[in-house]
Structures are given as C-alpha cells and as structure tokens.
Design a protein. Structure first.
Length: 448
C-alpha cells in the first residue's frame, strides 16, 4: 500500500510503498532524544526504500551519529535520521543494516512468528468478529429509538427496563402502525411487567411529532434488518462449528443457567463440546458466549504455547516482571488488545456473587486489592483452567466455596506454623515473637 507523509510545516513531503499501514518502529534512543527533544522520535516506516519519493528535498536534512568505542577509531553510523530544516520535525529513520540484522536473526532461528490459529479457526474468528460488529450496530439503532421517544416526550424507559423486549417491541410497532391510545398500548404489556396499564399510559403521553415518528420507524426497520443479518451470521457460525467437530458425544447435564439475550439461537454448548472435547461452560462464570469468544480467538490446539505461562502472557493476564537490581519495580500487566482476554475479564467480573470456589477466590482478591486488579487475577485463573482443560482433556469440577475457604485456612495455619518455627530457631527459647505467632495460630484454630 502507498503511504504519504509530511513535516509539520509541509515543506517536506514524501511517499513510498509499504506492506503495513503503520510504522514498524518509533525510535526513542538517546540520539533521537538529543536531536528531536525529549518527546521526539524518528520513524521507521518499514517500507521499500526504492519507492521513496521526496518533494522539497532542499529542506531535508540528514543526521548521522558518530560512534566512539573505547580503543577504536570513531566511525559514522549507518542510520540516517531525516528532519526538516525549516520546522525541525523528525521524519524518516533509514538504516541499510536493519534488514541484514533481521535476516541474520531469522537465519539463527531467533525470530518467531506471531500466533495465528489454523485456517478453519480463522474462519470462525472472522465470523464471530462479524457477529460482534452486528451486535454493536444493533445497539446503536436501539439508542436511535430511545432518542426519538425522548424527543417526543414519550418516557417508555421509565416503566420498561428494555424497550427491545417483548413488551417494548409490541408497543413500538403499534406506535409506528398509528396507535396513539395509551390504554390500548399499555394493555400490550407482558404479565411479568410490574408497571400497571395506567402507569404505562401516563408514560406514553407525548407530542407525536411526524419527523420523530419517521426517525423511530427508520430505527426500527434498521434494527430488524440487523437482526436478520445476525440470524444469517449465526447460521454460518453453526456450519463452521460443525466443520470443526471432532467428537460425536453430547455434554453431560450441567448447571442450569439463564439464556443470554444476545447468545446464538442454536445449541451452542453442544457444538462447542463436540469441537473441544470438554465442556468449558462447567467453569463458573464462563457461559457459551465467553467460551465461543475464547475458542474462536485461540482454537483448541494449545501446542503453540509451550506452557501455561506462555498462554497467559499472550493474553496479557500474567503479572509483569519489571525487576531492577533484584527489586521488583512493577508487577503491572502489559497492555494488550486481546478479545479473548476481554471476554475472560467479563466472565471474572460475574463471579462476584457466585457460591463457587472461584467466587470465593474473587471476593478474597477484592478484599486484598482494588477491583480491576482482582478482575485480572480471576481472569488469569480462568485462563489457566481453560488451558488445562484443552491440553489434558479433563472436565472441571467445582469443589464449592466452603472447600476453598477451608484450604485457604489450612494454608494460613501452615504458614504461621513455619513462621513460628523459624522465629524459635533464630531467637532461642526466650522468644516473644514465637509466643505471639502461637497466639495467632491458636486464635485461628478457635475460629470456625
């Protein structure tokens, strides 16, 4: 593809062919900081130098650093940092040795390609991402409906929590068809709606302006059209899951869960089980949509990740290892845009009220750290469970929050006992620290 660029003042303009729409590197080395300021950098476009065309070359300057090594003669660097002589904007970074260095690393086997699933999983990934785009588009049309109702002073959202539910859809379609009687519209509600017919009728007292009714009708038509596209996309996803099927058995009966509104209409749990060989929805917090998001992004072959640590690092859920001089400076996770990690974080946040061992773990993490860090820690544990299930083919069995609390209590008692033993060994028989630790152990043993 063709890339065009210029300096800030426009005196220098350039264009070249590149395989990527984004630069491959921003150089923030000491030389770039000295020549372009503390926030400046040179840009390596990663393009073909033979196709580079520059206009205003008379305003283009090139800086070559002088390298001085102890015991050697000074030499000129091959890297050229181009900048505008008028405004001083840093522009291109060119180095003829870059490609040679990358070729040498590739020859020695020191470069590894980015993770990419097998071809059939890539098809599933593209279909799932298309489905997500359609859901976001459908949500925007719902906002357009709400805007049209608000501009007509029709406060339907005050009595219905969801205007695209059964009752909301009946009322909206009747309004578009020409019905204006609040009592008639209120009688269309479902029996589970708490608001009475009179309350709904009061909320439907609007001005019914023609232009806003037209906007409501168009938003409703667009909502229906995207719904049709969603159904077609779900059909394609079901066919692709059937192509990836490696088992013929059905999953065992699991926990009864409510059906998500945006979940596909077909039996997604059975299709995922036949593809993976294990039922990922047995993990607390992981529903069919979360399992589909992870499987569509990663696949079922975990051989590309040598260990579970490689997998969680690729997801961006493992703790950071910024260590200097043996001191941990930061354990913050790296910033990664990963759809599978986002789905696992949403699943981890749903463990807040779970009565399972994972729910107890998440609540304990929330008591120790802030909520975002606890969500990341719980998502990390979910990722480890998914990796173990896919690699070993074992089903997940929840032991319950009581079992988890008991094991946690045993770990605390064991740690305190070891601490007391070390204190007695270090300080001798007349040790107050050991007595204090023994009191803590006795106190914990007395707590049920």
């Amino acid at each position: 593809m063709h890339l065009d660029g210029s300096c800030h003042c426009g005196a220098v303009r350039f264009g070249l062919e590149s395989a990527s729409p984004v630069p491959c590197m921003h150089c923030h080395c000491s030389i770039c900081r000295k020549t372009a300021g503390s926030g400046g950098f040179a840009i390596n476009l990663g393009g073909d130098a033979a196709t580079l065309k520059v206009r205003g070359r008379k305003h283009l300057g090139v800086y070559h650093a002088v390298l001085r090594e102890p015991g050697e003669r000074s030499r000129r660097s091959h890297a050229g940092r181009h900048f505008c002589l008028k405004c001083g904007s840093p522009l291109l970074l060119s180095d003829v040795l870059d490609c040679q260095w990358l070729q040498q690393l590739m020859t020695c086997g020191l470069l590894r390609g980015a993770f990419r699933p097998v071809e059939q999983v890539c098809v599933l990934r593209a279909l799932y991402r298309q489905r997500g785009m359609l859901l976001r588009s459908q949500g925007r049309h719902v906002q357009h409906m709400q805007k049209a109702l608000t501009q007509m002073n029709v406060q339907l959202a005050n009595v219905l929590s969801d205007i695209v539910g059964e009752s909301g859809q009946k009322i909206l379609r009747a309004i578009v068809a020409g019905e204006r009687d609040g009592q008639v519209l209120g009688a269309m509600k479902n029996v589970r709606v708490r608001a009475s017919v009179d309350e709904i009728a009061k909320s439907l007292q609007g001005n019914w302006r023609a232009e806003h009714l037209f906007a409501l009708e168009q938003a409703l038509d667009a909502f229906d059209f995207v719904g049709t596209q969603l159904a077609e996309c779900d059909t394609e996803i079901e066919l692709q899951l059937q192509r990836l099927q490696v088992h013929d058995a059905d999953p065992a009966k699991g926990k009864k869960r409510g059906r998500a509104r945006n979940a596909p209409k077909f039996d997604l749990r059975t299709q995922l089980f036949r593809m993976c060989g294990v039922d990922l929805t047995r993990i607390d917090g992981v529903d069919v949509t979360t399992a589909l998001a992870v499987v569509s992004e990663v696949g079922t072959d975990m051989s590309r990740f040598p260990t579970i640590k490689h997998f969680t690092c690729w997801l961006g859920l493992c703790p950071g290892t910024k260590i200097t001089g043996g001191k941990v400076m930061s354990g913050k996770t790296k910033r990664v845009v990963n759809r599978a990690a986002q789905a696992l974080r949403l699943a981890a946040a749903a463990l807040r009220s779970s009565k399972s061992a994972l729910g107890a773990y998440f609540r304990r993490m929330c008591s120790r750290m802030d909520k975002p860090k606890a969500v990341t820690a719980a998502a990390h544990k979910l990722a480890r469970l998914i990796y173990t299930m896919l690699t070993k083919g074992q089903e997940y069995t929840d032991q319950g929050q009581d079992y988890y609390e008991e094991r946690y209590r045993e770990r605390v008692l064991r740690a305190l006992s070891q601490r007391a033993a070390r204190a007695r060994h270090a300080d001798g028989p007349h040790c107050t620290t050991g007595l204090k630790t023994s009191f803590q152990i006795n106190h914990l043993e007395g707590v049920s």
